[in-house]
Design a protein around this ligand. Structure first.
Ligand code: G6P
Length: 607
């Protein structure tokens, strides 16, 4: 989602601002821009589309100046055009903004009634006019910002340049992350630690409602009551080296192939293989008193949560409610005080999930968070922090973060089951043993990459694709369909295999590939019956199963993909691999932008 970078520097900043935007590129965006103060003038370059377009603008017409702000925009209000791209300039100020100003309409009406002219369709420009009005009326920058911030409703992070104050940026945070960086005779601002990593490792995260006055030699932070406050300065640990693709063609491909390693890495924190025990850092959280778990997440993380529901109910016999975060607060969920609310998120910044977390906190829930960015807002607001150790995930479509989430959630289910007295030491040791087998089994699944690449052309011409699964493979079917949609733009839906006959079967003809995820085991026969229903109607099946399943039901399929024989607990981790690879290879054949698919953002910080 939108990225913000700012430098109050001692030498030209445009190139470094551009490099900062490059580091934020993974978040997803559709236009970009930079503004600097050059000899008392605000100068900017903006471009639609990828950063290369902005680079061309800068090459043709370089920007000078030692203080500047930069932005990658993911369009919300107004199309991704140059005039809607940030930074916006309104009279003596320029600003960039991430998030949404929910009350922009009445504010805009008020400003238009005063005769103010708008140049864009964005909500951001409203903030620009509000601040410019104060500054034009003689207010000092700090006073102007302090006056305007309380008028803004919504979730946002902003950074503002003042034409007549070449040594100043003011940044503010309300609901969207913002970080200040402390340098040598320079100071910085960024959406995350990665943005400023090559320049400084000394950073402070702004709290909700904070705003920061950044000058070359000092940073002052104020809270929402405009009181000067101290925020802890921490070592960010963010690498300044760009994450490389190595020999891979895309980040997503690299991240798919990293899974055995990062899942093993993640498991190390949650299981003790020699003792045959799961070991979560529960601290003083008493899991034995948990009588209900409420899971909330978005997108791929939501599907990890759906799989966790199967596991938690199966092993711990604790009822699980699960919601997509955007629905959770608004359906007025009944939450008994003391329940466990579990939030799953790669970024830890997804606005809907973060708002749901705060709602659950207000409803006296204990907050557990499975998150891949340990410095994120969700991580910082958790009672029980369960990090995944997937490393930076750059591809917008989530892959390795998802399987690492599954590894943590399986361990959590087992830990909860033990706390509830539902697991004998032998059962626990068996679970640990199965989890330990997952990385090797995922490696075996990756060995089928060539085969999947060579059958991808069978899916490329399809307009619609169906994915079917039962039990925990049902959420995997949903995730498979999501992956295909996200990166190949082919319409795909996942269904519980048994639900086919209640509607989706009407779609079946010989143009609709049906991908069936069916490890052999107790539910296999039933899934095979559903496959036969598809086949009887001319449907073309791709069966993903193990050798036993393929021997039994592979005949007559358009293609089969053989997975290793695995325990049902780890099947979702293993079956994630072929669905990811299939989506990947279809997208490559279609020539789409695999790592930054159209319209999508890595971390969605608007509701
Ligand atoms: C975006 C991404 C998805 C991701 C979802 C939830 O839509 O494109 O890949 O699954 O957000 O993100 P989170 O960071 O909360 O897991």
């Amino acid at each position: 989602m939108c990225g913000i970078v700012g430098i109050v520097g001692n030498r030209d900043v445009a190139q470094r601002l551009y490099d900062g935007l490059k580091r934020l590129e993974y978040r997803g965006y559709d236009s970009a821009g930079i503004c600097t103060i050059d000899h008392g003038k605000l100068e900017r370059r903006r471009a639609e589309g990828k950063l290369d377009n902005l680079a061309r603008e800068l090459a043709q017409d370089p920007l000078h100046g030692t203080t500047g702000i930069a932005h990658t925009r993911w369009a919300t209000h107004g199309a991704p055009t140059v005039s809607n791209a940030h930074p916006h300039i309104v009279g003596p100020i320029s600003l960039v903004h991430n998030g949404i100003i929910e009350n922009f309409k009445p504010l805009r009406d008020e400003l238009i009634a005063e005769g103010r002219k708008f140049e864009s369709e964005t909500d951001t420009e409203v903030v620009g006019h509000l601040i410019a009005r104060e500054v034009e009326g003689g207010a000092a920058p700090q006073d102007a910002v302090a006056k305007v911030l309380p008028r803004l409703i919504g979730a946002f992070a902003i950074a503002i340049l003042f034409r007549d104050h070449p040594d100043l940026i003011i940044g503010a945070r309300m609901g969207a992350p913002l970080t200040v960086g402390y340098g040598e005779d320079e100071n910085y601002l960024g959406s995350d630690a990665l943005a400023v990593a090559p320049w400084t490792q000394k950073i402070a995260y702004l709290d909700e409602g904070d705003w920061a006055v950044i000058r070359r030699d000092r940073i002052e932070i104020f809270d929402r009551e405009n009181r000067l406050v101290e925020r802890e300065i921490v070592e960010s640990g963010a690498s300044s080296a760009p994450v490389e693709k190595g020999n891979y063609r895309h980040y997503m491909q690299k991240e798919i192939f990293e899974q055995p390693i990062v899942v093993a890495q993640t498991l190390q924190s949650y299981v003790r293989p020699f003792e045959g025990e799961v070991a979560l850092p529960v601290g003083d959280l008493d899991l034995s008193s948990v009588n209900r778990v409420t899971i909330v997440a978005c997108g791929t993380s939501f599907y990890a949560g759906l799989i966790a529901k199967y596991w938690i109910e199966h092993f711990a016999r604790v009822p699980v409610d699960i919601d997509v975060a955007s629905e959770f607060r608004y359906r007025e969920p009944v939450l008994e005080a003391g329940g466990l609310a579990l939030f799953i998120s790669q970024s830890g910044e997804t606005a809907d999930t973060l708002a749901a977390l705060r709602h659950a906190r207000a409803e006296q829930q204990r907050i557990a968070v499975v998150v891949n960015v340990p410095t994120s807002s969700m991580a910082r607001e958790a009672d029980l922090l369960l990090p995944t150790h997937a490393g930076p995930e750059i591809g917008v479509a989530s892959t390795k973060a998802f399987t690492c989430q599954l590894a943590v959630l399986a361990a959590l289910a087992a830990n909860l089951a033990r706390a509830k007295g539902r697991l004998t030491p032998d059962d626990e040791a068996a679970i640990v043993g199965h989890l330990q087998e997952a990385p090797a089994a995922m490696n075996a699944a990756l060995d089928h990459d060539d085969e999947i690449a060579s059958m991808a052309h069978l899916v490329v011409p399809a307009r619609d694709v169906l994915y079917l699964g039962r039990g925990p493979e049902y959420p995997m079917a949903l995730e498979g369909a999501l992956k295909l949609k996200e990166i190949s733009y082919i319409h795909a839906e996942g269904y519980a295999a048994g639900e086919m006959k209640h509607g989706p079967i009407a779609l079946i003809d010989d143009n609709v590939p049906v991908i069936v995820l069916a490890p052999s085991g107790p539910l296999f026969e039933k899934t095979v019956s559903n496959m036969q229903e598809v086949r009887a109607r001319g449907g073309k099946i791709v069966l993903i199963s193990d050798a036993k399943g393929i021997a039994e039901a592979g005949e007559g399929c358009m293609a089969t993909i053989e997975m290793p024989q695995v325990h049902p607990l780890i099947a979702p981790l293993v079956y994630a691999v072929p669905v990811q690879l299939l989506a990947y290879h279809v997208a490559v054949l279609k020539g789409t932008d695999v790592d930054q698919p159209r319209n999508l953002a890595k971390s969605v910080t608007v509701e």
